[in-house]
Design a protein around this ligand. Structure first.
Ligand SMILES: NC(=O)c1ccc[n+]([C@@H]2O[C@H](COP(=O)([O-])OP(=O)(O)OC[C@H]3O[C@@H](n4cnc5c(N)ncnc54)[C@H](OP(=O)(O)O)[C@@H]3O)[C@@H](O)[C@H]2O)c1
Length: 241
């Protein structure tokens, strides 16, 4: 199992769930300490420090996974960043950073992994639930996630003949450090959480493990007829509109 962004949040919960189920896992992130925290007490989790947005990263990351396991059964493209800004205040460098991390990294990591994926392998792209009616301040981030869902559909068709499945798992609002990593102040995060909770039919924010469960189980052989689809784990948010 190769999981990007395994140092915190959904990636951490996914790595730990895979490891607890007996899988050997390699997690990737930019911060060694975060990765080490995920792996603590779980010898099946190995860590690899890399910035997936860098052009050399796909080569390095795939080489590390192949050296460790000989092949790749599951690739989870989970690492992403969000940097909210309205049109008029979008900084080119910051937009490029989001595109490189959220979209180009999955493209090239998956392409490099391809020779090492055998029949039965699965690729999971962790996307999101951008509303169909527009998402204030999130035009760049939302575009990367919609595009990633498009890659899921396309790659599922391209790779089906090889017996490789491709899925999106689209989390709803989940209790992770994603917004503090984006520099959003704590009181704003609390206010946003309150406002969003009121719109979620199930009336609460997800825990990372509730998203990880779907990632792990969608890659199991029993889910072998599932490909090219988006699994929305959002407490009904997208259904409510
Ligand atoms: N939380 C939510 O409400 C929510 C909702 C919808 C979708 N999602 C999606 O869920 C996924 C996981 O997010 P999360 O909520 O768990 O947020 P998170 O805690 O911020 O996790 C993202 C991880 O990606 C790593 N990362 C970021 N840029 C990287 C890079 N260039 N190279 C390598 N690693 C990088 C970060 O670690 P370092 O900074 O240490 O590298 C971090 O551990 C993302 O795809 C996100 O878009 C989250």
């Amino acid at each position: 199992m190769l999981i990007t962004g395994g140092g915190t949040g959904i990636g951490r919960a996914t790595a730990q769930r895979f490891a607890d189920a007996g899988a050997e896992v390699l997690i990737v992130g930019r911060t060694a300490e975060r990765l080490a925290e995920t792996a603590e007490g779980r010898p099946r989790i190995r860590t690899f420090v890399a910035d997936v947005a860098e052009p050399d990263a796909p080569d390095d990351v795939v080489a590390a996974a192949v050296e460790a396991f000989g092949r790749i059964d599951v690739l989870v493209n989970n690492a992403a960043i969000t940097r909210p800004a309205p049109l008029g205040a979008i900084d080119r460098k910051v937009a490029e950073e989001q595109l490189a991390t959220n979209l180009l990294a999955p493209v090239f990591l998956t392409q490099h992994a391809l020779p090492h994926l055998e029949t039965g392998a699965a690729i999971v792209n962790v996307t999101s639930n951008p509303p169909h009616y527009g998402w204030r301040d999130n035009s760049v981030y939302g575009s990367t996630k919609v595009a990633l869902d498009f890659l899921t559909h396309t790659w599922a068709v391209e790779l089906a003949q090889r017996g490789i499945r491709v899925l999106s798992v689209a989390p709803g609002i989940t209790a992770t450090p994603v917004l503090s990593h984006a520099g959003v102040p704590e009181e704003r995060i609390v206010a946003m959480g309150k406002e969003l909770r009121a719109r979620i039919p199930l009336g609460r924010i997800a825990q990372p493990g509730e998203i990880a469960w779907w990632i792990v189980n969608a890659t199991r052989p029993e889910a072998g007829y599932l490909t090219g689809t988006i699994i929305r784990v959002d407490g009904g948010l997208s259904a409510a509109g």
